[in-house]
Structures are given as C-alpha cells and as structure tokens.
Design a protein around this ligand. Structure first.
Ligand code: ATP
Ligand code: MG
Length: 418
C-alpha cells in the first residue's frame, strides 16, 4: 500500500482548507478591484514553451522542470511558473486585440524539482497577475501597488519591497560585457553551471544559489549603474509614483530574478519572519517575452506570490485567517418517522443556505447530542413523534442553553436571521 505522498508535496487537510479559501478569496477580490480577470491555462505545456519563455540558462529550466515524454512521443512539462503559459494563451487566442492594457490573474499549482525544505516544495501554489500592452512606469507602479495592498489587506506588516532595474536590450549588452570581464577573472570560484553561463548569460550568475558564486557576485558591477537613459528615466518615474502612493521600498541592486525574460523593473517582497525562504513575491517587467514566443513585440509586467510562504508569514504574524465553517444546526431525532422528518428538514435548511446536519448513523439520542457538540453546532432541535405531529419544536442555542419555541415551518427563516 502506498501511504506517503511524494517528497516535496503537501496535503491540505480538511481542518486547514478554510485558510486557503480565505486567502484565495481575498486575492481574487483584490485582483478584481484592480481590474484583473482570471485566466485558467493547462497544468502542462509543451516543454519548448518554458525553454524559450523562462529561458534555457535559468535554474528552473536547467535543473528544476518535471519533464516527460507522453504516450504520443511529445515532450511535456508540468508548469514551473505561470507567466509563460499565460503569454502563450494571450497569443494563441489573440487577446491583445482587446482594449489594452490586458490584465490577467491566475491561481495555479506549480511544479519544480527542488530540494524540499521549509518554504520550498516540489508542488506549490501561486497567485499571479500579468499586464500586457503598456510600457508606462505607471503600470509598474499599479502592479506593485496591488501586491502591497495584498499584504496590507491580509494583515501582514513584516514585509519589505525591494526594487531594482536590470536594463533593456539597449543597455544590457555593454553591461553583460562588464559582467563577463569581471566573472572571467574569478572563473575558478564559479560552479560548473555558471562557467557555462559566462558566455551565454552572465546575468544569471548573479542569481546562482551556490555559496562560492554568491561570494564572487557580491563584487560584480551593478546593473543599476549601467542603465541607458530610457531605463534610468523609467526607474526614476516608478520610484516617484511609489513614493507618491506612500508605498515604501528600498533599492536592492542585487536582485536579478530567476527568469531570463525580465527587462527594466524587477522586484521582490521579502519577509524576515519565515527563515531563509523569505521571498514571498517576485515580479518584474518582461518586454521581450511575447516576441520571444513568436508574437508581436508587446511590453508586459507581472508578479507571482507563493501561497505556502504567504500562509506561513500570516501564521507567524498572527494575522486573521478567517474561521473554520461552523455547523448551524443539528437535527436530532428519536425513531424512524422523526428521522425521515429530520432529513427532510435538513434538506430545506440546506436549500436556504444553512449548514444543517441530521443523524445518518442510527445513533441513540445521547450519542447524537454528543456528536452535535463535537461538530460545534450552534443550535440543536430534537424531533420525536410529537414534534412531527404538531410541528411545534424547541430550538436550543448551544452556547448558553437558551430555548426558543418555534415551528418546523418557521425554522429556516428564523435561523437565516440568526
Ligand atoms: P527562490 O529564489 O526562493 O527560489 P524564485 O525566484 O525561484 O524563488 P519565482 O519563480 O519568482 O521564485 O516564484 C514566485 C514565488 O513563488 C516566490 O517568491 C516564492 O514565494 C514562490 N516559490 C518559488 N519556488 C517555490 C517553491 N519551490 N516552493 C514554494 N514556493 C515557491
Ligand atoms: Mg527558485
């Protein structure tokens, strides 16, 4: 018998699932207020989409993808992130023909073959949002404001916005040359993957998790000192807008982000309360992605929040996660005809929107009441032959034992008011 889930995966147990509903409900509501519509794309895509869309020099593509050949001989990959699939969907369905900017959000499970540890799983959940069709820094500011609002709305204060700009195809080649020259001097300290990256994409070395590479990266020339005028203006305007909206940030020139397609703005929201994996949200502008995928040149920006990490921060900070759903009423019964009546009544109450339970185990009255207590039922009614005959019932409030006389007929309306 197989009794354990694969390493790096998690079960959300029934007594925990309300927390996920709470968080995801808040996220979707905030996204709606910011004008985002939900998009749902497949859990798996053609592997080539991620090779191109995420970038074949990234950790994700080089080390972390769940890739397999399906029975038709196609190479398929479980999505490691959401942006590439959404971008593919936008192009495939011509969504750029809608009024721009196009704002899309999603809630997805992602799959990465990583070393499982606190805050790092092989299957994890993300909330993400993407805006297509505007290169104005106002959009960068709006997207970042949405993320900041997410944390404020969820009652998280221990989180800091870190911001950087990594330039564009105009300023990056010269910067890459500087990086190449720098890392070439330290090639003996680089991991084998980064030695290969040196030629192809030296920026990636700045994002390597290897300790020795990290040490070398500390002394590397900074992207922010090497921006062209357009990128520098864009960054200045973004900072001005964030300041105007009262959204605090710090510039962290070390952030490059794990995906190859980023341009200009990159950002992370980092918490110090959940240990080493403190990055709860990562995002950035990716003006080159759609063209890379064969579409028209289209500026875009997006982010993704890791929901396991978000939940961990909320639990750590003691933020409200809603309450487990309570049972409104337990309908106890004595005898067969009362049991039938109780089940009928439960049906009426449920149709009225209440959580009602009746006995479906043939328990004794005493056992039924004990069960009602365990369920945490707010009210109980006991139905016997008399109650069925007269329709008169006694509604008992469980927390203080108060009893109210009413009728079977009036019960749904009465309870809905409570
Ligand atoms: P990290 O630097 O922690 O590996 P990343 O740069 O790979 O993160 P992104 O691709 O930007 O992460 O994903 C966005 C968010 O998704 C992260 O900020 C994090 O909250 C979450 N996330 C990423 N990988 C994992 C994982 N393996 N397990 C749980 N959450 C994850
Ligand atoms: Mg990663």
């Amino acid at each position: 018998m197989i009794t354990t889930a694969p390493r790096g995966t998690q079960d959300v147990l029934p007594q925990e699932s309300y927390k996920w509903h709470f968080i995801e409900g808040k996220l979707m509501d905030l996204a709606r207020r910011y004008g985002f519509s939900e998009v749902r794309t497949p859990t798996f895509e053609h592997t080539g989409l991620f090779d191109r869309g995420v970038g074949d020099t990234t950790d994700i593509v080089q080390k972390e993808m769940y890739t397999f050949t399906d029975k038709g001989g196609r190479s398929i990959t479980l999505r490691p992130e959401g942006t590439a699939g959404v971008a593919r969907c936008v192009l495939e369905h011509g969504l750029l023909n809608n009024p721009l900017p196009l704002k899309l959000s999603y809630l997805i499970n992602c799959f990465r073959y990583e070393k499982p540890q606190a805050g790092r799983f092989r299957e994890f959940r993300q909330f993400g949002a993407e805006v297509f069709g505007s290169q104005d820094p106002a959009v960068d500011a709006e997207v970042i404001a949405l993320v900041a609002d997410i944390f404020t709305t969820l009652g998280i204060s221990d989180i800091a916005l870190e911001l950087n700009s990594i330039g564009c195809p105009h300023c990056r080649p010269a910067y890459h040359e500087k990086l190449r020259a720098y890392f070439a001097q330290h090639i003996d300290s680089l991991c084998p993957t980064c030695r290969e990256r040196l030629e192809k994409n030296p920026l990636r070395i700045l994002d390597c998790k290897n300790d020795s590479c990290k040490e070398v990266a500390k002394g590397a020339p900074l992207g922010i000192d090497n921006l062209c005028d357009e990128c520098a203006d864009h960054f200045a305007s973004l900072k001005e807008r964030l300041t105007a909206m009262g959204i605090p940030f710090t510039v962290n020139p070390q952030i490059v982000r794990g995906l190859d397609y980023y341009t200009k703005t990159v950002f992370e929201f980092v918490s110090t309360s959940i240990g080493a994996q403190g990055t709860v949200c990562g995002g950035g502008r990716y003006d080159g992605l759609l063209e890379t995928l064969g579409g028209p040149s289209t500026p875009a920006i997006g982010f993704a929040v890791g929901l396991q990490r978000l939940l961990a921060v909320m639990e750590q900070d003691g933020a409200s996660l809603g309450a487990p759903p309570a049972c409104d009423i337990f309908l106890a019964s004595i005898g067969q005809s009362a049991s039938v009546e109780a089940q009928k009544l439960a049906l009426r109450l449920r149709r009225a929107g209440l959580h009602a339970e009746s006995d479906v185990q043939g328990r004794s009255l005493k056992a039924q009441m004990k069960y009602a207590d365990k369920l945490g039922a707010r009210y109980t009614v006991v139905l016997g032959d008399d109650e069925v005959k007269t329709g008169q019932i006694k509604l008992k409030r469980m927390d203080d034992g108060q009893v109210e006389e009413t009728t079977l007929e009036a019960l749904p309306a009465l309870l809905c008011e409570k």
